[in-house]
Ligand binder design. Structure first.
Ligand SMILES: NC(=O)c1ccc[n+]([C@@H]2O[C@H](COP(=O)([O-])OP(=O)(O)OC[C@H]3O[C@@H](n4cnc5c(N)ncnc54)[C@H](O)[C@@H]3O)[C@@H](O)[C@H]2O)c1
Ligand SMILES: O=C(O)C(=O)C[C@]1(C(=O)O)C=C[C@@H](O)C=C1
Length: 361
């Protein structure tokens, strides 16, 4: 692929454009808000000038409700050899396109399983998709050349292609993406009217669970409107677990020992099933879940501290697999948790201590 046009230069469009530009593809940036295309261009994602001839690939990265109309318009102008969208739902946009009666052979629906709770071109990053699944939903109508262009895009973004049927994709993301978004929002909504003294105690647990509750409501209304049935099915299962858990907790509060015993068994059951489910979440690059060891380091909240710790780990020859930062409320310090291969943890701990870092359990 030598040339591409990205239509919709928000988080996902700008991230794809940054990755493509970084790998030598000429990328043209288009947005119905020209200031957004200019911002993406200023960030090095490509040019906001129109392409002179036909480009290889058009990437449509607009909100789900606008995908079909935007694709249809682009296909009518013949701006590209192949067309794809990146919307979080696949069945609805495809059916809308079919209803428009267009030749869909130059089109393939796709969905990168990677994102953020932030929107817009400033949130984009070239490495957003690295090691993440990127779903492709070809049909019998899809041209092989277009499937190959999509595979090339996924490879250039260093993502992992996963081919699926559009409706199977929508059922899968109901479980692994759409329900978690709603649950995160519901947990965060408990804080809306909570007492300030309680809110001040927020630790890492609630931060982990509520990060995506900061997502754009309008985008999610569109996603959920295009996948309501499968999401309602998953939520109904969750509601049954919730009812059971409330019953178990009430039983734990009882003066009857047998009831307390049953209550404890109910709670243990849900927690153990949670352990089993969590252990199935794949590790980096779609590999089997990996158990990393954590080296926890205290850092002061001042510029350059993180860069210094990463450089020291690099000099010790240790690859950091993942990282988390816990900020203590009201303190000028944070706890950095460096996740590394278990065999590398003692080496990293010793090297960091030697360089004067304060390690914590
Ligand atoms: N945010 C995520 O985590 C995530 C992850 C994977 C896929 N997606 C999907 O990617 C798509 C884009 O999401 P985002 O998070 O980048 O949103 P965003 O709000 O950051 O960006 C969307 C951009 O599209 C532009 N736009 C809207 N209508 C347009 C039109 N008709 N023509 C041209 N531009 C138009 C907006 O001005 C905006 O710049 C959505 O379909 C979403 O479902 C999002
Ligand atoms: O905010 C994040 O971390 C996300 O990855 C967002 C997430 C997801 O649920 O995995 C949300 C919707 C998209 O369609 C894809 C990615």
């Amino acid at each position: 692929m030598r040339t591409a046009v990205v239509i919709g230069t928000g988080l996902i469009g700008t991230s794809a454009a940054l990755a493509l530009t970084g790998r030598g593809v000429t990328v043209h940036l288009v947005d119905h808000d020209p200031a957004r295309a200019r911002t993406a261009a200023a960030r090095g994602a490509g040019t906001d000038t129109a392409p002179e001839g036909r480009v290889d690939l058009a990437i449509v990265a607009v909100p789900p409700a606008h995908v079909a109309a935007t694709l249809a318009e682009a296909m009518r102008t013949g701006v590209a050899r192949g067309y794809l969208d990146v919307a979080s739902v696949k069945g609805g946009p495809r059916r809308e396109l079919e209803a428009l009666g267009l030749d869909l052979s130059p089109y393939i629906g796709t969905h990168p399983m990677s994102g953020k709770e932030q929107s817009g071109p400033m949130a984009g990053s070239a490495d957003l998709f690295e090691g993440r699944p990127w779903v492709l939903t070809p049909t019998r109508d899809t041209d092989t050349e277009v499937l190959n262009l999509a595979l090339e895009l996924v490879a250039l973004c260093r993502a992992v292609p996963v081919v699926m049927d559009a409706d199977a994709h929508d059922r899968a993301v109901a479980l692994v993406s759409h329900t978690p978004q709603l649950v995160s929002s519901m947990v965060a909504a408990r804080l809306e009217d909570a007492d300030e003294t309680a809110v001040r105690l927020c630790g890492q647990g609630i931060r982990d669970v509520t990060r995506i509750a900061a997502s754009d409501p309008q985008m999610w209304i569109e996603i959920l409107s295009a996948n309501p049935g499968p999401v309602a099915d998953v939520l109904a299962g969750l509601a049954a677990d919730l009812d059971e858990t409330v019953r178990s907790l009430r039983a734990l509060d009882s003066s009857d020992e047998d009831k307390r015993h049953d209550g404890a068994a109910g709670i243990e059951d849900v927690l153990r099933r949670g352990n089993t489910g969590r252990a199935r979440v794949p590790g980096k690059h779609g590999t089997a879940p990996t158990v990393y060891e954590t080296v926890a380091v205290l850092i002061s909240d001042k510029p350059g501290e993180l860069a210094r710790i990463f450089a020291d780990a690099g000099q010790a020859g240790v690859n950091i697999e993942d990282v988390r930062i816990e900020h203590a409320t009201g303190q000028q310090a944070g706890l950095v948790q460096l996740m590394v291969e278990p065999s590398a943890a003692p080496l990293l701990s010793a090297a960091l201590r030697e360089r004067g870092w304060a390690l914590r359990q």
